[in-house]
Design a protein around this ligand. Structure first.
Ligand code: ZN
Ligand code: ZN
Length: 330
């Protein structure tokens, strides 16, 4: 079994080394909202185009996200093997998703992971140490839910293997051709995470968990992140980012609770632009996540945020607003 896996791995690796220039990233939006719509909470699948193994960036909605995405045709190129006992959704969850990257342990980013855990396959959970500790302490603790982890209180079911990422250090992502570097973000006094993924060609994609602007958070976390991304912008290796805009510009700073508005996002992106000079972010793909589902019959916050971003966009970046089930190539 193990030998077979190795053989497959080596075959894949040799294919990768010959697959040239074009390799970059595919994403599927499993959940696009920052709340309150259960079934559509922050979660993205990402993979390198050089192989067929996904990882999940946050896991607010998992099974429902896979169902909706499958219905929208996001996985039409993936065939379930004849000998698989699973539906396509089952096959994806059990065999194609090779790990979770959790930015922080707020419920809207982990609900899907917790609720699908009984039927999930063995996987690593990658996060900064504090995030992994929060998962153990608050959810996988035999009180909120059985302990499916390999650490924490009580009997360990050992389905999830916590991998503590060292901030600022590149580590390989098991069973994929990607590597990752994480950095902490400031989220209303709590810690969140940006994950920078790199493929075998050196192209990168950045996924931001919830974050406020440095100025409001009294932090330098965003500045540090922009400095880390700037060399990739310069080499035209940054293929895109996913970042949150939770609120409209009308929201006062004191009510942001560790989130961004359109104006604050453009202000933050300007810091990145400033490092390599005016125009350096032209056509950069910036995917907007975490817009809250609204119960009000007034204008949809997404429409307002879209308009406000377009008005503030003096950088020439390409703002993208995916719905649940949408797939995007970078
Ligand atoms: Zn959130
Ligand atoms: Zn949060």
């Amino acid at each position: 079994m193990f030998k077979n896996k190795l053989a497959v791995l080596f075959t894949c690796l040799s294919v990768f080394s010959f697959s040239a220039q074009s390799a970059s990233f595919d994403t599927v939006t499993l959940g696009s909202k920052g709340g309150i719509q259960d079934g559509n909470l922050t979660a993205f699948l990402i993979k390198s185009e050089a192989d067929s193994h996904f990882v999940m960036l946050d896991a607010g909605s998992v099974v429902n996200g896979l169902i909706v995405s499958e219905q929208k045709g996001a996985f039409k190129d993936i065939t379930v093997p004849d000998d698989s006992p699973y539906t396509k959704v089952g096959y994806l969850l059990k065999d194609k998703i090779k790990g979770y990257f959790i930015s922080h342990a707020h419920l809207d980013h982990v609900a899907g992971l917790i609720i699908s855990s009984p039927d999930d396959s063995k996987k690593p959970i990658y996060g900064l140490e504090a995030t992994n500790k929060d998962l153990m302490k608050n959810y996988f603790n035999w009180s909120a839910w059985p302990n499916f982890g390999n650490k924490g209180d009580g009997f360990k079911l050992n389905k999830y293997n916590y991998v503590d990422l060292q901030p600022g250090v590149w580590s390989p992502i098991a069973e994929t051709t990607m590597s990752v570097m994480s950095l902490p973000l400031s989220h209303s006094g709590g810690q969140s995470t940006v994950f920078i993924l790199k493929d075998s060609e050196g192209d990168v994609f950045a996924y931001f968990g919830d974050t406020g602007p440095d100025e409001v958070e009294k932090s330098s976390a965003m500045k540090t992140t922009w400095s880390a991304l700037a060399p990739f912008v310069k080499q035209e290796k940054l293929k895109g980012i996913i970042i949150e805009v939770s609120f409209t510009n009308e929201t006062p700073d004191k009510s942001l609770f560790g989130h961004l508005t359109p104006n604050w996002l453009v202000k933050e992106l300007s810091v990145l632009e400033g490092i390599n000079g005016k125009g350096s972010l032209k056509d950069l793909n910036v995917v907007i996540s975490h817009i809250k589902y609204s119960l009000k019959n007034s204008e949809d916050p997404k429409v307002i945020i879209k308009k406000q971003l377009a008005e503030a966009n003096n950088l020439g970046v390409n703002f993208i607003f995916p719905e649940q089930g949408d797939s995007l190539q970078f």
